[in-house]
Design a protein around this ligand. Structure first.
Ligand code: FE
Ligand code: FE
Length: 164
């Protein structure tokens, strides 16, 4: 693949994000199943719905660019999910597994926040107002999810202290 313009680079970033979202969409139900704390389970369920919308937004942007979001595999997300999967296979009490799941999920959110921030900046530079709006919506959801996970972590960890 040869990239010659900022638009080419934006397209590449969006294809990478599309692959990332598709991968996490497959992993999230497994994470929800493994989670014990009801708040964490609910947060993962909610993020499945949000992620489906995020996939849609990328498809909408590609329609406006007359392209398809295929052909790039997000190896970064693959690695993050693999690390999370390895962690889920370890034997540990439920509250520790919840804490581990939150750690894995926040790695994913931070990765997405960085990638969407980059893509939005490229779209801004190119004057693609509708793409900017859609990417900002997703970026806000990812940030809110990250903050929600932080607040659940505090609840999970204080429960852990009580059980220790
Ligand atoms: Fe996402
Ligand atoms: Fe996310």
């Amino acid at each position: 693949m040869s990239l010659e313009s900022m638009e080419d680079l934006l397209v590449h970033e969006l294809k990478d994000l599309y692959s990332a979202e598709k991968q996490i969409l497959k992993a999230l139900p497994k994470m929800a199943k493994k989670a014990s704390h009801p708040d964490l389970k609910q947060a993962f369920q909610k993020h499945i719905d949000q992620t489906e919308n995020q996939v849609q937004r990328i498809e909408t942007i590609f329609e406006s660019l007359n392209g398809k979001p295929r052909g790039v595999k997000c190896v970064g997300m693959e690695g993050l999910i693999e690390e999370g999967r390895e962690m889920m296979e370890e034997s540990m009490p439920d509250y520790l597994l919840d804490a581990a799941l939150i750690g894995a999920a926040q790695r994913v959110e931070h990765y997405e926040i960085a990638a969407y921030g980059t893509a939005r900046s490229f779209a801004e530079k190119l004057g693609l107002d509708e793409a900017v709006r859609l990417l900002q919506e997703t970026l806000d959801e990812e940030s809110e999810t990250d903050e929600l996970l932080t607040s659940i972590a505090q609840r999970v960890n204080s429960q852990a202290k009580a059980e220790a």
